[in-house]
Design a protein around this ligand. Structure first.
Ligand SMILES: CCN(CC)CCN(C[C@]12C[C@](c3ccc(C(F)(F)F)cc3)(C1)C2)C(=O)Cn1c(SCc2ccc(F)cc2)nc(=O)c2c1C=CC2
Length: 402
């Protein structure tokens, strides 16, 4: 689809010195494998094109399920509203090796999927990071897919009609959709199980990148034009962070607890509900909570505060005029009215908000990954020193507990 949307809307281009490439990786083909979109610094190439923001229509169907709205109607609306948007990155562009890149593993929120945080992931890649935005198979994503082996009969009659969905002769694509809470089902057991699976999937993605970095050939199930051997020795595996939005923020904390290779975590509007209380004392790494103004309530904030520590750096800022959806890409893709109506936009200009969040993130990553860049110029943002920032939270726990 050509980019038919008016050019005042769209995902803002990354600001860093590197052009950004992106590609998809899945291995192995089952739902137990790892699946992520990789964003990385790429060579300037005019021939590569930018991929569609939403990779296939099934994601819109899943989004409709998540939003509890009718599929056919909404799929047409979403396709019309959001179909033509492009990601600010070049599909399968050649990797630009410039020393070892620090690594970020990104975890999406409930009802989201791997491509919806491209403004954040592309910005990090433009600043020299390799970012793997995982797509979770815990049924918290709007939709995701994997493959199964063809049965003998399918193989037999497969000889005639080549199904368009099988990337290889003997695999068939299977879609997994968002699993809503069943009526009367208690939420915690489901979310607790999901957050553990999500953390394992982030660790698996890191393990896969580690293999690729050591030159072990990557058997990517998805037939992409990207040459994974160019990533050999490209990653600095002492400089790894976890990052995520909402349910993905809880996933960050669970992942830090399970895997010490994650040197620090950045949680964007973390949803703390899925976490067990005994996880908190077991997390030893620095954590940066970047919160929106509206997604704040006593129970959630008080659980973040359980991670306060005198010896491990734990920081929290609130961005004025932001809402929960100020972090995913949707916030850039509708006009002001629709955006505010659908709670996709807050009062603040979405680009100003994401720029503050990204700069504060880069400063925190420099501090705790020991980077030798100039991101420390944004250190004051970590302590909320900006007109659009509040240090800590904007609610007093007493007031909001009423
Ligand atoms: C009634 C549905 N009910 C489900 C439990 C609540 C639905 N909901 C509020 C929504 C997401 C909303 C949204 C999206 C997308 C459009 C669109 F039109 F732009 F597509 C519009 C309107 C509907 C705002 C949330 O769940 C908020 N939320 C999220 S939203 C992450 C997300 C999902 C889909 C996206 F496309 C982009 C981002 N991630 C979390 O981890 C958590 C929560 C709450 C607690 C934990």
């Amino acid at each position: 689809m050509g980019n038919t949307c008016s050019n005042h809307l769209g995902i803002p281009p990354a600001k860093g010195p590197n052009a950004v490439g992106c590609t998809d990786f899945m291995m192995d083909h089952t739902a137990q494998g790892t699946f992520f979109r990789l964003y990385y610094p790429c060579q300037e190439t005019e021939k590569a094109e930018k991929p569609d923001w939403v990779p296939s229509r099934e994601y819109f169907n899943g989004l409709a399920d998540f939003m509890k709205i009718n599929r056919t109607l909404s799929e047409r609306i979403f396709s019309y509203l959001f179909g033509p948007f492009k990601i600010p990155a070049y599909l399968d562009a050649p990797f630009k090796s410039s020393g070892k890149c620090p690594v970020v593993i990104f975890s999406h929120g409930l009802g989201a999927f791997r491509t919806l945080y491209s403004a954040i992931c592309a910005e990090l890649a433009s600043q020299g990071f390799i970012v793997a935005s995982v797509e979770h198979r815990d049924q918290s994503a709007s939709a995701t897919f994997y493959f199964r082996e063809k049965t003998e009969s399918e193989k037999a009659n497969g000889k005639m009609a080549k199904t368009q969905d099988s990337t290889q002769d003997d695999l068939v694509k299977v879609w997994m959709y968002y699993r809503a809470l069943h009526h009367g089902e208690s939420e915690f057991p489901l979310r607790s199980k999901q957050v553990k699976q999500r953390a394992d999937e982030c660790i698996m993605a890191l393990d896969k990148l580690t293999e690729i970095n050591s030159g072990i050939p990557a058997q990517n199930v998805l037939r992409t034009q990207f040459d994974w051997t160019t990533l050999e020795n490209s990653m600095d595996l002492c400089r790894i962070a976890a990052m995520g939005h909402s349910f993905g923020g809880a996933t960050v904390i669970e992942a830090l607890c399970k895997e010490v290779k994650f040197k620090c975590g950045i949680a964007l509007d973390a949803w703390m509900f899925p976490l067990d209380d005994e996880t908190f004392p077991r997390v030893k790494q620095p954590i940066f909570f970047i919160n929106s103004e509206k997604f704040q309530w006593a129970g959630n904030i008080s659980r973040m505060k359980k991670l306060d520590s005198a010896v491990i750096q734990r920081k929290m800022i609130t961005i004025r005029g932001t809402v929960h959806q100020s972090f995913p890409d949707f916030t850039f893709l509708t006009g002001n009215w629709i955006g505010k109506l659908m709670k996709l936009k807050g009062e603040i200009d979405p680009e100003v908000a994401i720029d503050l969040s990204n700069k504060a993130t880069l400063a925190f990553l420099q501090r705790h990954l020991g980077l030798e860049k100039n991101f420390n110029q944004w250190d004051p943002l970590i302590d909320g020193q900006d007109d659009n920032l509040i240090q800590g939270t904007n609610i007093t726990l007493l007031q909001s507990s009423i």
